[in-house]
Write a protein that binds this ligand. Structure first.
Ligand code: INI
Length: 175
């Protein structure tokens, strides 16, 4: 009986050498976002990224992350982006609007541009929950986002569509 072929897996290796990363980081709740940012940069550099291959763009708050990420993606300079923020629930519905538009906008930014945008925005009810996720009990979500950015950058290189020049050559052949 013929041997059954195993499915081929396409992996994104955790090596950042030669890749370029952009980070949009919110200043709102900077006590938390500075810790997420530090861990994200640490993950990128430990996996081989050079410090001049990582750009950081500070923005006022989480709501400003989607437009910034989209503009960074459109420069064509980056293999992956990380959006860093921390939204803490207050007494009004403000939290819900900021969370909904930030997550929706970041997803749109990556879908519109094809550049991976990692979601490193904490959405917490309390400061304690945020601290736990920025270097305490819950680990550090910045580190997780850094590793995920490397994986997605590598995967994106492997899953890149054929160059446009080939597409126009194909079209010309079919005329
Ligand atoms: N921005 C945050 O990043 N986190 C918050 O918790 C937050 N809260 O709660 O208000 C917040 N608001 C500011 C918002 O992101 C914009 O910067 C602002 O509305 C200007 O557009």
């Amino acid at each position: 009986m013929a041997e059954k072929r195993q499915p081929g897996k396409i992996h994104g290796e955790l090596t950042a050498r030669g890749l370029r990363f952009g980070i949009a980081a919110s200043r709102f709740n900077s006590f938390i976002t500075d810790r997420l940012l530090g861990a994200a940069v640490d993950a990128l550099e430990r996996c081989g990224a050079q410090s001049n291959d990582v750009d950081v763009v500070p923005v006022p708050g989480a709501f400003e992350l989607p437009l910034t990420a989209k503009k960074m993606a459109q420069t064509g300079k980056y293999d992956a982006l990380i959006a860093i923020g921390c939204v803490l629930r207050g007494e009004t519905a403000h939290y819900d609007y900021v969370c909904a538009e930030t997550s929706r906008g970041l997803q749109l930014a990556q879908m519109d541009t094809g550049v991976p945008v990692l979601f490193c925005v904490l959405t917490c009810d309390t400061l304690e929950q945020a601290i736990d996720r920025a270097g305490l009990k819950g680990g550090n979500k910045g580190l997780e986002a850094g590793l995920a950015a490397i994986e997605m950058a590598q995967l994106s290189r492997k899953l890149r569509p054929p160059a446009t020049v080939n597409n126009s050559a194909k079209k010309a052949r079919h005329k």
